[in-house]
Design a binder for this molecule. Structure first.
Ligand code: ATP
Ligand code: MG
Length: 474
């Protein structure tokens, strides 16, 4: 028996729905306001919420994302007196199961409820296998557990998976977790960084080539698709895949067959496909930059990764994990923290997500050297400066200033190798920013000026989280 929460201001509507729910053999609980609904959803394991848009203390559409943050995440059916296009779209993009007008017929309600419940039941039956290997994925927030549920679901089948998320949210980490937990774990996990593949050789890199296929091909070469046979092929930054390769890739995705460059016969490779992107592929498909039919095939399962600012409750665990790792790397004792250190971490928005957090912590450990405690002052200046500016802008007393007053007066120098690595990273970063400014984002000129290969330049930009200019691809 599942629990359904009916959230409506009108008691006649609630009573009618509750009767239908009970006739279906399920339990109905009633809430008449946003506050009441949130409280009940947090306290009990709700399967489906029937949510009115019009509520005395707010709007159901605004409540929807908050309700979906509960774990297990309920399915939400929005009810309104008059359906408006904008509202319907907002409901669906916020993750609603469906959008219905009320009063609606008994049959419509019964069918919508039954389907939502069936979906929930199947999702829960799949569950997270107890043995899900997730050592490298830190965090226990509802957002992370929701992502892990999808990892488990993906690991248990062979469907194509599309992982989306901002930079640094762990797309590669989660792709590897799906592979490691799947029946293909003994095979290779082959990473293809589509943004670093020169368009001229991308087919040969992916599909391999025969000896003599082109000038310089003095022996045949197995492509990455072949290396992923019985394993997983991870297409990172799939939005960067050149248009001509998208065309040939569509067939590969459908049939797992392709022709190596210069070969007369097609070959088979039994790989599982996971793709990742931080771009809006739907928008790209609308603009004709990404094949819509390829997109549909890539996203049989969609795994959207939350930005760190949406699961700040994990920051402390992540900080402990990364500080311990860095200390071990440098042969230092584990550091302690003054409480303000975590306040500052929690106040910042982390546009570069977990990668930015881990790098900031590494720099904090370097800054502390052999000092046993980490202070806010140990965090990178740019982060503290941005926070200070944000606090000043909103006229709130900057938390960071309080924290700074506890700075350790006896700050010591970091070891030389740490100081050297930090200085090199800072110089690299500054150079790259100047390079992009001087060459107005023209990547061909930037490579010529810097003497870097395109793939090296891209990987340095990625390392320092410098956004690539939106220059047209050549
Ligand atoms: N939940 C997590 N727990 C521990 N480490 C994490 C978590 N999420 C991300 N990371 C770490 O953050 C860093 C960035 O992760 P990853 O490279 O997978 O991100 P990404 O989404 O692929 O970023 P990009 O789009 O820039 O390539 C890695 O070091 C990864 O191990
Ligand atoms: Mg990545």
């Amino acid at each position: 028996m599942a629990l359904m929460l009916v959230v409506a201001d009108d008691s006649a509507v609630s009573a009618r729905i509750a009767t239908i729910v009970r006739r279906l053999g399920h339990e109905a609980s009633l809430a008449s306001s946003c506050g009441d609904a949130l409280e009940q959803a947090a306290a009990r394991s709700v399967s489906v919420v029937l949510l009115s848009v019009e509520l005395p203390d707010g709007n159901g559409l605004e409540l929807l994302p908050q309700l979906r943050r509960n774990y297990p995440c309920p399915e939400i059916i929005i009810m309104t007196r008059a359906v408006s296009g904008d509202e319907a779209e907002q409901a669906i993009t916020s993750g609603a199961w469906d959008y219905i007008e009320h009063p609606s017929t008994k049959d419509t309600l019964t069918l919508t409820l039954t389907r939502a419940l069936q979906y929930q039941e199947e999702k829960r039956n799949l569950g997270v296998p107890i043995a899900l290997k997730r050592e490298r994925i830190v965090g226990s927030s509802a957002a992370i557990r929701e992502s892990l549920d999808l990892v488990a679901q993906a690991a248990g089948c062979q469907a194509n998976v599309l992982i989306s998320g901002e930079t640094g949210t762990g797309k590669e980490l989660y792709a590897a977790a799906i592979h490691e937990n799947s029946t293909r774990a003994a095979g290779n996990f082959v990473v293809v960084d589509c943004s670093a593949l020169p368009a001229s050789i991308v087919e040969s890199v992916l599909f391999g080539h025969e000896k003599g296929a082109y000038t310089g091909a003095d022996r045949s070469h197995e492509g990455l698709a072949a290396q992923a046979h019985r394993g997983t092929l991870f297409l990172d930054e799939v939005g960067e895949l050149p248009r001509n390769v998208q065309n040939s890739f569509l067939r590969v995705v459908q049939e797992r067959r392709y022709r190596p460059v210069g070969a007369s016969r097609e070959v088979n490779s039994d790989f599982r496909l996971i793709a990742a992107t931080n771009r809006d592929l739907d928008a790209m498909a609308e603009r004709g930059e990404f094949r819509a039919d390829l997109l549909y095939r890539l996203r049989t399962i969609i795994l959207p990764l939350p930005p760190l600012r949406q699961h700040k409750e994990d920051i402390k665990a992540l900080a402990l994990h990364y500080v311990a790792k860095t200390c071990e790397q440098y042969g230092l004792e584990m550091k302690g923290f003054v409480p303000e250190f975590f306040n500052v971490l929690a106040a910042y928005d982390w546009p570069g997500n977990v990668r930015e957090l881990s790098q900031a912590l590494e720099r904090s450990v370097a800054s502390a050297g052999s000092r046993p405690l980490l202070f806010p002052k140990d965090l990178p200046t740019d982060i503290r400066a941005r926070l200070a500016r944000a606090s000043a802008d909103t006229l709130h007393p900057p938390q960071i200033s309080d924290a700074e007053s506890t700075e350790d007066p006896a700050r010591e120098l970091p070891p030389l190798d740490v100081a050297r690595a930090t200085a090199i990273a800072a110089a690299e970063q500054e150079y790259l920013r100047e390079l992009l400014a001087d060459t107005a984002g023209d990547m061909v000129r930037a490579c010529a000026v810097s003497g870097l290969s395109r793939s090296r330049l891209y990987s340095l930009l990625k390392k320092h989280r410098i956004p690539r200019p939106g220059s047209p691809r050549r």
